[in-house]
Design a binder for this molecule. Structure first.
Ligand SMILES: [Zn+2]
Length: 456
């Protein structure tokens, strides 16, 4: 791990800079990640331009002295910028990050993803560490339809090292989608055609790791699927969206038993759904959802039995653009989880219906009568004082409190040479603290030691 002294600070290029007045600079445009720094006097402003990742700290201190900045000012400024999440470390992130930096084409392709991660992960070197950690992860996608294959390709393209798609049968003309199965795949075995799409999305997937945990995607050879215990996440994207909209607890029973996190995504008629993200024993599962629906509508099981037993229509509704949205959102939620964050799907299902196409979040809590036990685990946590909104709960370090410059009324011009960072509190941050803690704990347990060692 790099110490502060070895870091090569770089002001995160992903955050656009703008001067609000002569001595106040705003980093970032979008409110969730924007930060205001001030007051910044002329010398400090000139010094900021040196933070481009080419200089180590000792050189920066020397430059600071040359520019007439007071003793200790450079270190204080660097510390503040680090605290504000504005500084990256051009050499940080550990050995896996170093390997990724040297990878040429791979890192060039992933640069926009890296820049995005630098906005999310506030720690210097954190973005590169996360991106490198993705290379050791394995995700299984169940369902090679318009949602599943597109999401699988996105996960691979975003740097997930092993993405395996499973489905039966052969590609039908209506399985084809932009970013997913191509028209020329019609008639091929679905799983093989889907794996080829995944390989094409990330032709530079990582080599086999020691211990046989990561397998190369060798073209033209049947790839054995990863064993279930090695999976970081399973994306359940059934071609028949009924099984994502009203998932059958039996189809995920193996995942619940094995403690494997899984995420549902699909299109039912003209409604897209992403979630729940099930962390077995911690967050609501398909069984919880079924119980909740039965509570609200006692005839629900009767309807469900008819929907599931009816003769399957040859073509199932699934608008191309809607399916693409669902695939994208599912991949984004999956990546957030794999990166150690708490996406909203852990506590709610996101749904969207044509033609209004407004995303809605339907809150989902573990059900007390569901055998998954998530309700009791959550209750125990609460009893142990680890409940949401516990005043002592610090926000996870990777989650920055929102800085919304226009609503922050602090006077940034009060003192010279000691710029302050203005933050406002994200009203949702506290509610997410518990989910974040749970996700990090479950992730540590299921994603595996190998990944954890890479992320440190
Ligand atoms: Zn449950």
């Amino acid at each position: 791990m790099h110490t502060v002294d070895t870091m090569h600070p770089v002001l995160k290029p992903a955050l656009r800079r703008g001067w609000r007045d002569l001595n106040t600079v705003q980093f970032g445009v979008a409110p969730p990640h924007a930060v205001v720094l001030g007051p910044v006097d002329t010398a400090t402003g000139a010094f900021l331009t040196l933070l481009d990742g080419t200089r180590g700290l000792s050189l920066l201190r020397a430059e600071g002295r040359r520019m007439g900045l007071p003793e200790g000012h450079v270190d204080g400024l660097i510390e503040r910028l680090v605290q504000a999440g504005l500084l990256d470390d051009a050499t940080g992130g550990g050995p896996a990050a170093d390997a990724l930096r040297r990878s040429g084409d791979v890192i060039d392709r992933l640069r926009p993803d890296l820049a995005s991660l630098s906005v999310v992960d506030t720690a210097p070197g954190g973005a590169m560490r996360r991106l490198a950690a993705r290379r050791a992860l394995r995700v299984q996608v169940r369902g090679a339809g318009r949602v599943g294959v597109v999401a699988a390709a996105m996960l691979a393209a975003a740097g997930v090292g092993m993405v395996d798609v499973q489905d039966g049968g052969r590609v039908e003309p209506w399985d084809v989608a932009p970013g997913g199965l191509p028209p020329e795949a019609v008639g091929e075995r679905r799983s093989e055609a889907a794996r080829r799409v995944v390989r094409k999305a990330a032709p530079d997937r990582p080599p086999r790791a020691s211990g046989g945990r990561a397998q190369p995607a060798s073209a033209g050879r049947a790839e054995p699927g990863p064993s279930r215990s090695e999976l970081s996440l399973v994306l359940l994207a059934p071609r028949d969206g009924l099984y994502a909209h009203t998932p059958d607890p039996a189809t995920a029973a193996d995942l619940i038993t094995a403690g494997i996190p899984h995420l549902y995504a699909g299109v039912m008629e003209a409604t897209g759904v992403v979630g729940p993200l099930v962390l077995p024993g911690w967050t609501a599962c398909a069984g919880c959802l079924a119980q909740e629906r039965t509570d609200a509508d006692p005839t629900w099981p009767r309807l469900l039995a008819q929907w599931r037993s009816g003769r399957q229509r040859q073509v199932i509704a699934g608008d191309t653009a809607l399916a693409g949205m669902v695939a994208s959102l599912a991949a984004a939620h999956a990546l957030a989880f794999l990166d150690g964050e708490a996406p909203a799907s852990a506590e709610a299902r996101c749904t969207v219906s044509s033609p209004r196409l407004e995303w809605r979040a339907e809150p989902l809590l573990p059900h007390p009568h569901c055998p998954c036990g998530a309700h009791h685990a959550t209750a125990r946590e609460r009893h142990a004082g680890l409940s949401p909104a516990s005043p002592a709960s610090p926000a996870p370090s990777s989650r920055r409190a929102t800085s919304r410059p226009p609503t922050d009324h602090r006077d940034h011009r009060a003192t010279a040479l000691t710029p302050e960072v203005s933050h406002t509190t994200d009203p949702h941050a506290t509610a997410h603290v518990d989910a974040c803690r749970q996700i990090k704990r479950v992730r540590t347990a299921v994603v595996g030691e190998r990944h954890e060692t890479m992320t440190r």
